[in-house]
Design a protein around this ligand. Sequence first.
Ligand code: AHG
Ligand code: MN
Ligand code: MN
Length: 343
Amino acid sequence: MNNFMTLGQFIIEKQAEFPYAKGELSRLLRDIGIAAKIVNREVNKAGLMDILGSSGTTNIQGEHQQKLDVYANEQFIAALRSGGECCIVASEENDEIIRIESAVSGNAKYIVAIDPLDGSSNIDVNVPVGTIFSIFRRKSAEGPARLSDVLQRGTDQVAAGYIIYGSSTMLVYTTGCGVNGFTLDPSIGEFCLSHPGMKMPESGVIYSINEGNYIHFPLGVKQYIKYCQVEDAATKRPYTSRYIGSMVADLHRNLIKGGIFIYPNTAAAPNGKLRLLYECNPLAFVIEQAGGRATDGANRILDLEVNELHQRTPVFIGSALMVSEAEKFMAAAGENVFAQSVI
Ligand code: AHG
Ligand code: MN
Ligand code: MN
């Protein structure tokens, strides 16, 4: 007999805390949980099936799509379509928004933005991958939901979370009342509450950044990296460098252990790489709810204006004190300053 509370039981128990129509958001979260289990099944048997490798296609951002990118995208969209609570899906893998116009969703009030498979370059080598989701209420009162319903600030999210397909599979989400984590028990096929009320340490000793791009980083980031590497007993430096290349996995580790994740802007990519709507905003919501901070180096991620579906932003996210420290280096170096010399 399992003593854990399942995701389904937890959602029903907690739905009194939801600010809006309660059953609908519960059903939406349940649908995401179901799709996550299906994707998990495929990720787990990836080496056994003809599902590894490139699909031979590229997405709007020119990135090569892996077969599992396409599969995960189809599964989440199918679950949201049949669930009937979602009127628009915005996905990393689709150029445009996907309207769900079936009869059952005639009154659907929710918008879902999703990165169906995060870290897809890691699939072929058995390294954790993830899914990131963000949920909004539609703003327009009538007529078909439209793009402007999707382009909402991070502060407007009603729920957000991620799934990590790792050594165990976990679903972590927030509805704005803290963060709770559920581990998939494969023997019963249920996500079970394993990490209630997740809190991020205020500080830590891990910094996560693709240091191979060092030469291209803004001066403030270069100087912060040097700061991380200096010996100082009081602040437990030098810090440890850990970078998986799956943002979900890097953040999940840092959420539990304490740490900072940075994907900065560079001269060649002035807005960084990661996408605001379906990567940075949902993860910022989770991290803030766990007590951490998320900024673009100067401004709170959740306050940023969203003008485009696939908009990118630099991101500094993690333990509150570490993000504040990194921001000090950015401010001191001056925004948009790119050092051409190696320091
Ligand atoms: P995705 O697989 O959804 O395109 O996201 C990959 C992202 C993110 O997960 C990761 O942190 C980052 O790209 C890694 O980028 P670099 O290889 O440039 O470090
Ligand atoms: Mn991603
Ligand atoms: Mn992706």
